[in-house]
Ligand binder design. Structure first.
Ligand code: ZN
Length: 139
């Protein structure tokens, strides 16, 4: 068994920006030299999350609207009163989504569905540069 930790970075726009990182994860797995196992995709930071979705404009818009209904932007947050950075909603949205995803792969291929892409969601209230960690465990 082997463990490899790989990284890639990308620029986001913030405000529930969904970015398809499936190809980046596939490349990390390939670069790891491990052919079968699990990959944990993790974003350090308290205002972003990782999940899967069918990456098409309708589902992306629906996701953004659902997030707005669940954890609205235009209501008071204690975090904002305390820190004044105005991104209380970003922190709560990120906590609910979670910062990581574990995906299995076999023969160097992700075992995700055909219409299931891996996405980074940046909830912050400004553009960010994000480093994504892919830790691959397998053989
Ligand atoms: Zn904050």
């Amino acid at each position: 068994m082997a463990v490899k930790t790989l990284r890639f970075t990308l620029e986001t726009k913030g405000e529930t920006d969904l970015i398809d990182i499936t190809r980046n994860v596939e490349k990390a797995i390939k670069d790891s030299g491990i052919s079968s196992g699990i990959a944990t995709v993790f974003v350090p930071g308290s205002t972003a999350g990782i999940t899967t979705i069918e990456y098409e404009s309708g589902a992306i818009k629906d996701f953004q609207r659902a997030v707005e209904r669940l954890i609205p932007k235009g209501i008071p947050y204690e975090h904002d009163a305390r820190w004044g950075d105005g991104n209380g909603y970003s922190h709560i949205r990120a906590s609910f989504l979670g910062p990581s995803l574990t995906v299995p792969f076999s023969s160097s291929r992700l075992l995700t569905g055909t219409w299931q892409q891996i996405v980074l969601v940046d909830f912050d209230n400004r553009p960010r540069r994000r480093e994504i960690i892919v830790q691959v465990v397998g053989e």
